[in-house]
Structures are given as C-alpha cells and as structure tokens.
Design a protein. Structure first.
Length: 86
C-alpha cells in the first residue's frame, strides 16, 4: 500500500532512509514507553497468540526516574490487559 502524507508508513519509510550502521535515525530520541510509534496492543496480542508467557524487559530511564516509572506502569497495565492479573 502506498504511503500517504503523514501516514505511519511514510514516516517509517523516511526513517529507514535515515538509518545508518550505528542504529537509530538521527531525528529519533529515546522516550517514554507507550508514547511513540510502537503499537503495544498489536505487539502483546501477537505475543499472546503464540503462547508467550515470559519476561518483558525494557531499557529506559534515559530521561530520569519519573519517565522510567511511567514506562514501567504502562507496560504492567498492558500486560494485565492482555494476560490478566499476575
């Protein structure tokens, strides 16, 4: 499907053009989990559909403890939503 102006597909295509062998496109910045481009409902739905029931780790805290705390709370809420209470 062709990308339309401002669509997620167009953004991803643009970011791929900017990538280098070091990693992220230069305009990307690490941020709070749940506030970016990742579709966590789709990710967790797929994980659950294949029987995943393991650990989920995160790398965060670049911008301080408050952001780390919000990211962890976001992931815990998504895990509870998709797998139920621990």
């Amino acid at each position: 499907m062709p990308a339309t102006a401002g669509s997620p597909r167009e953004l991803i295509d643009d970011l791929r053009k900017e990538e280098d062998s070091v990693g992220y496109a230069k305009r990307l910045r690490h941020g709070e989990i749940g506030k970016g481009l990742n579709d966590y409902d789709a990710i967790f739905t797929e994980l659950k559909s294949v029987g995943f029931n393991g650990w989920i780790s995160m790398t965060d805290g670049v911008n301080g403890f408050d952001e780390l705390d919000r990211s962890a709370k976001f992931l815990r809420a998504k895990m509870k939503q998709h797998w139920g209470p621990a």
